[in-house]
Ligand binder design. Structure first.
Ligand SMILES: [Zn+2]
Length: 184
């Protein structure tokens, strides 16, 4: 698997490191809170297109970024984009603004791994086990955060637009959340 910045932007203060657990994105230097560390880019695929690609190469499923109901960002055939290597944590230090902007949720120390909560973007019907090690670990990444009031409270302001919309339609968020720190 090659990694590169293909269509996205990753702060030069970040670096990709690999370990037995796989690849991840790490801070080379300290970041203050509310700092943009990445902007996701890529090729927009529909659900059907993604499934067809994933049937030939599983990485298309495991590294796709959900940016809307039924829409995903993936890389082109030249390799996995470095910004798709953020690992999941149930106690993340990053969050999503809108659909493609990734920011720090708190101050980050040099050497820390940078993580976001996949359920703040993901709506997959296929759950997979979480082993993030956080005391707050939910045990499963299930794409149902939009339907969990406690999850929504914990991640307010760091939910992808389509997650907020689902939560709103389900009655978990007010119709107009513009005065409550909603993402742009
Ligand atoms: Zn977890």
């Amino acid at each position: 698997m090659t990694t590169a910045r293909l269509h996205s932007w990753l702060s030069p203060e970040c670096e990709i490191r690999t370990s037995l657990a796989g690849s991840g994105v790490f801070a080379r230097h300290a970041f203050p809170p509310h700092t943009c560390v990445a902007v996701w880019g890529g090729v927009v695929r529909t659900e059907d297109e993604l499934q067809a690609l994933a049937s030939r190469d599983e990485k298309f499923s495991s590294h796709a970024i959900c940016v809307g109901d039924g829409f995903y960002l993936t890389w082109d055939p030249s390799g996995v984009d470095a910004t798709e290597l953020f690992n999941h944590s149930c106690s993340p230090n990053l969050g999503v603004k809108g659909q493609i902007v990734v920011v720090t949720r708190r101050a980050i120390q040099p050497g820390e791994e940078l993580t976001f909560d996949y359920d703040t973007t993901e709506t997959t019907p296929q759950p997979w086990p979480c082993r993030c090690g956080s005391p707050a670990c939910r045990g499963t990444i299930d794409g149902k955060g939009w339907d969990d009031p406690a999850f929504l409270r914990a991640n307010r302001g760091y939910l992808a637009w389509h997650i907020e919309e689902r939560a709103r339609r389900a009655g978990h968020l007010p119709d107009d959340a513009s005065d409550e720190g909603a993402p742009c």
